[in-house]
Design a protein around this ligand. Structure first.
Ligand SMILES: [Zn+2]
Length: 318
């Protein structure tokens, strides 16, 4: 939390929050405890499956023997609910998800849950209940409002606490980037939803945002402006959004696998269902996409995110 604004630690402490801040493969985890003991502890989001043991170890340390009543998910991308199953095994916790997603989780429909399309893994967990947009959920010692924030994910929620004006934003608002707008890759409208979601967040006037990835931030106007600029550039040129999605999905894949022969990675990108659908919805021909794949890898190499080791691409250690 070193780059979080001054006063953040005190604000989080007053809400009973411990924050496990992470990078990009796993989402942040936000642990709530109620020192009065009236409400059981709860954690919002649980990271990616690969980090599940790390997540549970962190929870054990901070819970210090208290039970963990429930895990609550902002949305069901694999990097936000990949620790749910391990948490349920270790703590016997309930799992609460956006209510529109309850049935999909119950059936474990990996197609609708996007894990098949993105070739990401998420261990099946048992859903207990749904959080309704427009409703409230108790976290720590107070109720948090749940707001619907479609765009990045059509079913995503954010949680807002009106007294402190703290917003748990999931992937609906980051400090200086815009998350992939997945519906657009499937040929559906997503950019319009992002615009509405940004307006809804603006109307809440949060003082502090805890994003799904990276440090908490207070410059909400700056983040909204950056997101809107990015959104406008994607709307003007949707293939830019496709290129961004290529790079983001490749980095996610590489952070999981660490090393892949370049030829295999290129083939994986050309075959990943989420990208095939994006290609079709933009009517891009295969040659153009091949050039974009090459350009994506070159850019990640130039930026120092990936490095070449013989014929292999590896995650650069910065
Ligand atoms: Zn997400």
């Amino acid at each position: 939390m070193s780059d979080a604004p001054a006063g953040t630690a005190a604000t989080l402490a007053s809400l009973g929050i411990e924050l496990l801040q992470r990078g990009w493969l796993s989402s942040n985890c936000i642990l709530f405890t109620d020192r009065s003991g009236r409400e059981p502890a709860a954690v919002v989001d649980s990271g990616y499956a690969l980090h599940a043991a790390q997540t549970v170890a962190w929870l054990e340390r901070h819970l210090a023997g208290q039970p963990l009543g429930r895990v609550v998910n902002t949305h069901l991308h694999s990097d936000h609910c990949g620790g749910n199953a391990e948490i349920q095994r270790r703590f016997g916790s309930q799992a609460w998800v956006p209510d529109v997603s309850v049935e999909i989780v119950r059936q474990w429909d990996e197609e609708r849950l996007t894990y098949r399309a993105t070739d990401q893994t998420c261990e099946r967990f048992t859903v207990t209940g749904g959080v309704r947009a427009g409703g409230e959920i108790w976290l720590g010692d107070r109720p948090w409002q749940a707001w619907s924030t479609p765009g990045h994910d059509p079913d995503a929620l954010v949680f807002f606490e009106p007294r402190s004006r703290v917003l748990i934003a999931g992937d609906a608002l980051w400090r200086d980037r815009l998350a992939i707008v997945f519906p657009e890759l499937a040929g559906a409208d997503g950019f319009g939803s992002v615009r509405e979601t940004l307006a809804a967040i603006e109307s809440l006037a949060p003082n502090l945002v805890i994003p799904g990835h990276g440090a908490p931030f207070s410059d909400v106007a700056g983040a909204l402006q950056a997101s809107r600029q990015r959104l406008a550039s994607f709307e003007r040129a949707p293939e830019k959004h496709f290129g961004y999605a290529l790079r983001a999905l490749v980095m996610f894949h590489m952070l999981e696998h660490r090393r892949r022969p370049r030829v295999d990675l290129t083939e994986w990108m050309a075959q990943a269902p989420v990208l095939l659908r994006g290609r079709d919805s933009l009517a891009l021909d295969r040659k153009r996409v091949d050039r974009m794949i090459d350009a994506s890898l070159e850019r990640l190499l130039a930026e120092g995110q990936l490095a070449l080791d013989g014929a292999d691409l590896v995650v650069a250690s910065k």
